[in-house]
Design a binder for this molecule. Structure first.
Ligand code: DGT
Ligand code: CA
Ligand code: CA
Ligand code: ZN
Length: 579
């Protein structure tokens, strides 16, 4: 278990305690503990494993919390958390996830109005009951209503990366069922969608009952929703549903194609099959005779299924019935970018602002993952919470980079900055300072709720600035947590083309910003995309793969992505580049 996961659990405990009106000191001690853990530069597991040290040596971690950490590290679970969760129904917990509602407000709503679920909350807002509560007004009510949609989605759909954690455990568990010959995930998970509604697991096996029994013993299972001859559906304690299908080998490819979807993609596939006098379903591709008889043609592999229909075996990332069939028709299916194509990472933070690792450590980590070039882009001074850099500190960092360039000559290190676009418009650092940088990222972190015209104008102002290279996380959305800014994205694209700017695809799995369809739009306009990790730690560099997956869904090839170019091509995009 990572420090970040443990810190998140401590935050959750604090929220639950606060919701239950526990002693405020206890609540605060868990919040402080979470912050301490998140700020540690060393894994807790290393400290716990070291016999010469104790978890209580960490400042701010007392005996009780050290025991909790130990329990989490050794068992992966925490009894206290399970007990807290058992006391509060899942539907009530969902209220805590409404943006703008903290545990305190949620508790008032629960206790005063008897609100037990998101739908209760929606009715109470719509009936204007919330505004009658002390400390809530008509404005609060409106803010809650705005946040409800996103909380409602979060209740139904998980971020892809959360689904991935379950999938890893699930495949590990299923690997000990000896009669399984083939096993694949299908559905939206395989298509790499931003969010996943339920998981679809496909198995080819000799003993169906054994497979289903084994599946039913998966850790965290709370309910078997249905069990039939070939299909079984279960629900996990996280709320996630998993559908299992067991199919014979001659149908495995057909079932994989069918259950990968998307539904819209499959509708087109079936239509094309019909034109050929064929029928395709989850059992295979069949020739339909005049007497209604069906002759099996294909179905063992997906490849075989598509080939029988005269189609290429589309990457699952493209199966959304957007452009893939036209591309196939014209023979212009893109060769999608791969993680191994990535050569640079142009957005990362260090301990100078809110990063967890030093400049040297970040450079070394980038070398270790094979980057040829990187940009160090700490926050500018407006982001005071993150100890943002003023010109003086920024220049000191650049002088440090100059020194380090001699030590690390195998990698190009750009002197960059993530400069805030101020609420009133304009950049947070003077033009002459930005002019000294190799790489300037413009970002919105404040005034995210401004009306469309205002926020669009601010961003356009940044794109017009000749010292700015790129706009980071262009829509500001956080999946399942925050809606995008009201920005007019078409105007951003137009300005990027006009001023020769790049756009970021932020690879953080909670951001994935640009969206896939925006990536496709940018590609059509010839705007280079930069996939960036926005790493705030060494581990943070690991998220590049999520950005690449999103880029694949947008149909991007390596040539559409600026940081997939070798240094000598990439440097031509810079105003001035180090030798
Ligand atoms: P999700 O679970 O909401 O994130 O999205 P999917 O795409 O995983 O959808 P799901 O789990 O309902 O079904 C998995 C795939 O199975 C879906 O992408 C296509 C196929 N499928 C399921 N039901 C139908 C159906 O009624 N008609 C067709 N054509 N395909 C279906
Ligand atoms: Ca699904
Ligand atoms: Ca499903
Ligand atoms: Zn950043």
């Amino acid at each position: 278990m990572t420090n970040r996961e443990i810190a998140a659990i401590f935050v959750q405990i604090a929220d639950l305690l606060e919701f239950q009106k526990a002693n405020p000191f206890r609540v605060r001690s868990y919040r402080n503990g979470a912050r301490k853990i998140a700020d540690l530069s060393e894994p807790l597991s290393d400290i716990a494993a070291d016999e010469t040290r104790a978890l209580t040596d960490i400042e701010g971690i007392g005996k009780a919390q050290a025991e909790k950490i130990d329990e989490l590290l050794t068992t992966g679970r925490l009894e206290m958390l399970d007990e807290l969760l058992a006391k509060i129904p899942q539907t009530v917990l969902a209220i805590l996830r409404v943006p703008s509602l903290g545990p305190k407000k949620a508790a008032v709503l629960h206790n005063e109005l008897g609100i037990n679920s998101l739908s209760d909350l929606r009715s109470a807002c719509e009936n204007q009951q919330v505004r009658t509560l002390k400390g809530f007004g008509a404005k609060t009510e409106e803010t809650i209503l705005n946040g409800l949609a996103i909380a409602e989605q979060a209740e139904r759909r998980s971020r892809w990366v959360q689904a991935e954690a379950i999938v890893h455990r699930l495949l590990e568990h299923m690997s000990s069922a000896s009669s399984i010959n083939q096993i694949e995930m299908a559905g939206s998970y395989r298509r790499g969608c931003e969010t996943v509604g339920d998981l679809d697991l496909l198995v080819e096996a000799t003993a169906v009952d054994e497979v289903m029994d084994h599946f039913g013993a998966f850790d965290g299972m709370t309910e078997v929703i249905a069990r039939g001859d070939t299909k079984m559906s279960v629900r996990l304690d996280t709320g996630m549903q998993i559908d299992l299908r067991v199919v014979p080998s001659e149908s495995f490819g057909a079932a994989l194609q069918y259950f990968t979807g998307s539904k819209d993609h499959n509708v087109v596939v079936r239509g094309l099959a019909k034109q050929l006098g064929l029928k395709v379903n989850e059992w295979g591709v069949f020739r339909v005779g005049e007497d209604g008889s069906e002759e099996y043609l294909a179905g063992r592999t997906e490849h075989e299924v598509y080939a029988a229909l005269g189609l290429p075996c589309f990457s699952p990332k493209l199966r959304e019935a957007r452009e893939e069939f036209q591309w196939a028709d014209k023979g212009t299916l893109p060769e999608l970018i791969q993680l191994s194509d990535i050569r640079g990472d142009l957005h990362m933070h260090t301990t100078a602002t809110d990063g967890k690792a030093t400049l040297e450590k970040m450079i070394e980590a980038a070398i270790a993952v094979g980057r040829e070039y990187i940009a160090i882009t700490d926050h500018s001074k407006r982001v005071s919470m993150a100890n943002g850099l003023d010109p003086e500190r920024l220049r000191l960092q650049w002088a440090e980079i100059d020194r380090l360039r001699e030590r690390y000559d195998g990698i190009k290190v750009l002197k960059g900055i993530e400069c805030d676009i101020l609420e009133k418009g304009g950049m947070d650092l003077p033009d002459e300072v930005l002019a000294e940088a190799d790489w300037v990222i413009a970002s919105v972190h404040y005034g995210q709720n401004q009306p469309q015209e205002q926020i669009t104008d601010r961003i356009l102002g940044a794109l017009e600035n000749p010292r700015v290279d790129i706009l980071a996380h262009p829509t500001g959305r956080l999946i399942n947590r925050r809606e995008p800014y009201a920005v007019d994205i078409q105007m951003i694209f137009t300005a990027a083309v006009e001023h020769g700017k790049l756009l970021e695809l932020n690879a953080n799995p909670a951001r994935l910003d640009l969206h896939d369809i925006h990536c496709a739009a940018a590609k059509r306009l010839g705007i280079p995309i930069v996939i960036s990790t926005d790493a705030h730690s060494i581990e943070g560099m690991e998220v590049m793969r999520h950005g690449v997956q999103q880029a694949q869904r947008g149909g991007l090839t390596a040539s559409d992505v600026a940081n997939a170019q070798p240094w000598n091509s990439f440097r031509k995009l810079l105003r001035h580049a180090p030798e």
